[in-house]
Ligand binder design. Structure first.
Ligand code: GLA
Length: 380
């Protein structure tokens, strides 16, 4: 077990898992109807679950001493819980959608580091919904589970997020990334083919604060841009706008609102280029696109911060790194870097040293591979 609190998995009926995610490119565009290029990873939230014949959901964790009991007739009332609110929100949206909730005992074993930008919250929400469906015997497709999980995050946890994290967590596929069109939810799986290169995940370990409010602020800035540009162009979301139209229409926008829209429009084109680069094996090009994405998130979208910038600069200054960028909401959390596989140890050492010299503490590196989204295993 990853956590410190021991339990016997044989006492449970199912192990239901959902994944954390990385995002190769396409950042802060999902809520603007853009395409994203995420992949599920082998860091997961695992739920060990069994029915208990009551109208209560008893939750415990392998990493926490706390225990929480939810009354399935009062699921709307747990928003302020410190632990268990994601599980409550997930059960609540499932119930509101007309599904039966079965009283149960669940142990959560989460190997996705919290607050890392690797979507531990999506992994918890998706795995909780999938576990409850498994117990009640009711069926829902993985994309539908992802949509309900997104609803739990926005309506219960209060983060007005896009669909990327929950979709990747639910629908990921071993050794594949997915090009997800967030406007239509069409999804195309693309094999991750990096030859003798690997993706290295690093956490800048910046203490998190105010991420939700800054995230919601960025989202509303893009909505302001959309409302202004709609007066000139036939569009329903920012991702509809071509670069040419944006360049013509940007005079209508001012200051930060123009910068935010510029990031979204150009980032959307980088997703298509990155997909082509991955398919054709042009890793140098893929690396350049990652660097351009980071620069845009730093200068135009302003969601990086000193720690992520220092980490990314340390990564790209290594001779065997083709490119790197921050992933997820930003303001802290993780980067991904494309690094020659035989040089990973020297890469980690030099990046950690450079980062610690400037920031004063070390980054963390995670070993993970690209994995499936939801999986269900019968235990007894
Ligand atoms: C968070 C959100 C996603 C997405 C990313 C930024 O991870 O949950 O929906 O907006 O930030 O790309």
């Amino acid at each position: 077990m990853f956590g410190v609190i021991m339990f016997d998995s044989k006492d449970y009926q199912y192990k239901v898992s959902a994944s954390g995610r990385i995002n190769i490119i396409g950042e802060h565009v999902d809520y603007c109807g853009g395409k994203v290029f995420p992949a599920a990873i082998s860091l997961k939230n695992n739920v060990y679950v069994r029915p208990n014949g009551t109208d209560k959901i008893n939750i415990s964790w392998t990493t926490l001493k706390d225990k929480v009991t939810l009354d399935i007739n009062k699921l709307g009332e747990y928003k302020s819980l410190k632990y268990g609110n994601y599980q409550a929100g997930s059960a609540y949206v499932l119930q509101q959608a007309g599904f039966k909730i079965t009283g149960c005992d669940m142990v959560h074993d989460c190997t996705v580091p919290f607050g890392s930008g690797l979507s531990s919250s999506a992994a918890i929400e998706v795995s909780t919904i999938a576990a409850l469906l498994q117990l009640s015997g009711e069926k829902l497709s993985k994309p539908e589970i992802a949509k309900l999980a997104q609803k739990a995050e926005s309506e219960y946890a209060g983060v007005n997020c896009g669909i990327m994290d929950q979709y990747a967590s639910a629908c990921g596929k071993l050794h594949h990334a997915m090009v997800l069109d967030c406007k239509t939810l069409e999804c195309e799986y693309v094999p991750i083919n990096l030859n003798n290169y690997s993706l290295v995940i690093a956490n800048c370990n910046k203490p998190h604060n105010l991420v939700e409010s800054k995230y919601n602020e960025r989202r509303s800035e893009t909505e302001t841009a959309l409302q202004i540009l709609k007066q000139r162009f036939d569009m329903t979301c920012l991702a509809d706008l071509s670069i040419n139209d944006f360049e013509e229409g940007k005079l209508l926008l001012s200051g930060k609102i123009k910068d935010r829209a510029e990031h979204v429009v150009y980032e959307c084109t980088r997703v298509n280029s990155a997909k082509e680069a991955m398919i054709s094996g042009d890793l140098k090009k893929l690396g350049e696109l990652l660097n351009m994405s980071h620069a845009s998130l730093k200068n135009l979208y302003e969601v990086t911060g000193k720690e992520l910038d220092v980490l990314q600069e340390a990564e790209v200054s290594h001779d065997y790194c083709l490119g790197a960028r921050m992933i997820g909401a930003g303001f802290g959390g993780c980067t991904i870097a494309i690094v020659e596989s035989s040089k990973i140890d020297s890469f980690k050492k030099s990046v950690a040293e450079r980062y610690e010299n400037i920031i004063g503490y070390k980054p963390s590196f995670y070993d993970a591979f690209i994995d499936d989204g939801i999986t269900v295993k019968e235990l007894s």
